[in-house]
Ligand binder design. Structure first.
Ligand code: F6P
Length: 320
């Protein structure tokens, strides 16, 4: 079988580990691996090349993706998908492996329904917002980058009496903010999925200030779009000089952590072991196992954050 791999949407650290394992394990299984450069855009433009061992040497510690990624608008036009299919035929590609989020999986599912090109989806997004999947490639590295950033900010925060508002990525999903707030001992955690009560937080903070607290760390998910407002709130309501740090794209880069490297490899092994006899599945990580699921199953579920973690974080949202 000729199998091609592509990355789609926001890149994430660990994609290179998946790409490396994809090439090595494909050859091990007797498949011929191909790269599609620049995601779905590359499929449309025929940017496809046979992959060799030498293409993946020395990439194991590098963030990003050596085959590049893209967000494709053209894909939603059937004429371009037809063009992509012609390129697939030209290179005799039998199946596709895609690293990305659920939007990328949907894109290939549409393609399968139209042209019957089998695929396997592997979750890779720092947002970690795929239902029935507890870990996506890139999440652990992003959490570690946030941890380092918060530790560094804490140094300067403790040198002044200031409040530091730190905005994490994640689109509409508060996973990064929630996990980081608990892991980094933040005083505030605001996420799109949960209501918050600033009055309760104010009461608590004022009491804590009386007892000697002299700085604050607040972690806010970008999806709420209120980071600037919270910075002002600390100034006006709490009387603390405050600063806002938007962590931004540093969360998407960095050398992949050990967990990332291991799981990226396991995702790929599971995908390739099943691509011939059980294709058109998403490999999910759930309850410490790699489980194949239909896209329909994923789409009919809604993503939910870990309830135990939420409970720990409720006081940081001002919830009783
Ligand atoms: O989906 C991954 C992500 O990093 C989001 O967390 C963020 O909102 C978005 O992508 C940023 O997109 P771009 O790289 O296009 O600025």
């Amino acid at each position: 079988m000729n199998i091609a791999i592509l990355c789609s949407g926001g890149d994430s650290s660990g994609m290179n580990n998946a790409i490396k394992k994809f090439v090595e394990y494909s050859y091990e299984l007797g498949f011929t691996p191909y790269f599609v450069y620049k995601g779905l855009e590359g499929l449309i433009d025929g940017d496809i090349k046979k992959a060799e061992y030498k293409d993946v040497s020395g990439i194991i510690y590098r963030g990003g993706t050596v085959i590049k990624s893209a967000r494709s608008i053209r894909w939603y036009d059937k004429n371009y998908r037809k063009k992509a299919f012609e390129n697939i035929k030209k290179h005799n590609i039998d199946a596709l492996v895609i690293l990305g989020g659920d939007g990328s999986f949907r894109a290939l599912n549409i393609f399968y329904n139209e042209f019957k090109v089998p695929f396997m989806g592997i979750p890779a997004t720092i947002d970690n917002d795929i239902p029935l999947n507890e870990y996506s490639i890139g999440v652990d590295t992003a959490l570690n980058i946030i941890r380092n950033a918060v530790d560094d900010i804490r140094d300067t925060a403790s040198s002044f009496s200031r409040a530091f508002v730190i905005e994490t990525m994640g689109r509409e999903c508060g996973y990064l903010a929630l996990t980081s707030a608990v892991a980094n001992g933040a005083e505030m955690c605001l996420i799109p999925e949960e209501e918050y009560n600033l009055e309760n937080l104010k009461k608590r903070y004022l009491k804590e200030i009386k007892n000697g607290r002299d700085y604050f760390i607040a972690i806010i998910a970008e999806g709420l779009k209120i980071s600037e407002k919270i910075k002002e709130w600390f100034e006006k309501e709490i009387g603390f000089e405050s600063r806002l740090t938007v962590l931004g794209h540093i969360q998407r880069g960095g050398s992949p952590t050990v967990i990332e490297r291991l799981r990226a490899s396991e995702f790929v092994v599971t995908a390739l072991d099943n691509i011939k006899n059980n294709p058109n599945k998403i490999v999910t990580y759930f309850d410490d196992k790699f489980i194949l699921r239909d896209l329909e199953e994923i789409e009919s579920s809604t993503y939910s954050l870990d309830k135990k973690l939420l409970k720990i974080a409720y006081p940081l949202m001002g919830k009783e």
